[in-house]
Design a protein around this ligand. Sequence first.
Ligand code: NAD
Length: 499
Amino acid sequence: MNAKPDTTSWHERARALRIRNQAFIGGRYVDAASGATFDSFNPATGELLARVAACDEEDVNRAVAAARAAFRAGSWANLPPAKRKKVLQRFAELIKRNGEELALLETLDMGKPIRDSLGVDIPASVNCIQWYAEAIDKVYDEVAPTGPGTLALITREPMGVVGAIVPWNFPLLMAAWKIGPVLAAGNSLILKPSEKSPLTAIRVAELAIEAGLPAGVLNVVPGLGATAGKALALHMDVDCITFTGSTATGRAIMQYAGQSNMKRVSVECGGKSPNIVLADYPDLDKAAAAAAAAIFFNQGEVCSAGSRLLVQDSIKDAVLEKVQAISRTMQPGDPLDPATRLGAIVDEIQMKRVLSFVDAGHRDGAKLRFGGQRVRQESGGYFVEPTVFEGVHSSMTIAREEIFGPVLSAITFKTVDEAIEIANDVIYGLVAAVWTRDITTAHRVSRALRAGTVFINCYDADDITVPFGGFKQSGIGRDKSLHALEKYTELKTTWIDLS
Ligand code: NAD
């Protein structure tokens, strides 16, 4: 068996990497029609990684035409589900086989630790596509109970041409959450990766063709949000947009649908998730470890990050001391070092945004417990240390806005009802957690929390079998699980007169 690569060999591999940088339309790599490119940087060093095709409306038009032609031809949509399953299984297998290269690309492109790209992002992406492949020939349609004289069939049909616009924090995994159900259901897809992290999406497109996916069924149009993304969301021949990203962009996507062809829209957006620790919970080590992971994993660039720690006042110091001890083991390091647990922030803009929230915390009167600084500046990259504010009040900016960085706002409360009120006092409702040994309290709080997922005595438990998405301005619709298929299919009723 091969030894696991060390830091030096990851750097050697990075230097030898051949990076795909074009759009993928109609089954082949092409430059943007305009010839324009945008620069993709390694956020751990600030160095240029690739000049990537900057697609605009013309490229989106070409991609939509290719996707529509493939859909009309029926070479994918009309395949028996068991055959689609085989192709998607091969696709998942090829992603797995190229896992080290894809993990390296992911880490170079967005700065996350290689241990996470390799241990989380790539395996979860493989599992997702594999799972929808396996599922699709086990999903049945319905017959309505209309009586003996009629037969009413309720069937699900693919939407047609689906556009997926995805963010940079889990570039391949967020794309896989779309690719799996969209393709399994028989649609054609145009994927618009984030301009901050387009490389793995571009690379897997050719693996899909190698797996046997007909040309035109999966297209990738890298480019800026305001050009490629907007053109896709406004397109008159796109039947559905599935979006993951910020709440601000999610709102714009809904408007584009209204301004154009009323395409179906689902938006998975931001969060400011409360992690509530009650004093009766007996294992504070476990709760603190989960609280630290909930905000420092992936540099805090996680939609479901537990960015508000609501801790009962009598245990505040005990919990924060433990969180601080854990944070010492999570100091930012070279993302290509397999020991690193906190990597680089995705780019300079995002790093400055995170640091501006640290300033806002100070300004609003919160107390910095630890962290708060940019570090490793000599690397040329963008690193921020794990940061915790205490004495945070619900009205403060750092308690209300999504920071998307390793910054935790600790808020104390006295009673359970107060905790529920604080927890729900934001525009978001993605996930929430409560730590308690009392089962009645656990259920009562869980029911009162306005969130798509509530964790009890855990945080960020994850499985492809459960839906993921938010209440309120965290979005509309659900990724993952069989429920995701509902977003990419239309319901049809067919009446048959049997008289
Ligand atoms: P973003 O909204 O800036 O960008 C997301 C995508 O939208 C990118 O591909 C971008 O190019 C595109 N885009 C930007 N402006 C656009 C426009 N006007 N028209 C069309 N497309 C446009 O978000 P981001 O910074 O890439 O990602 C971080 C956000 O994503 C956070 O808010 C995070 O919470 C959210 N997120 C949510 C989930 C979820 O499942 N709910 C998962 C991951 C990330």
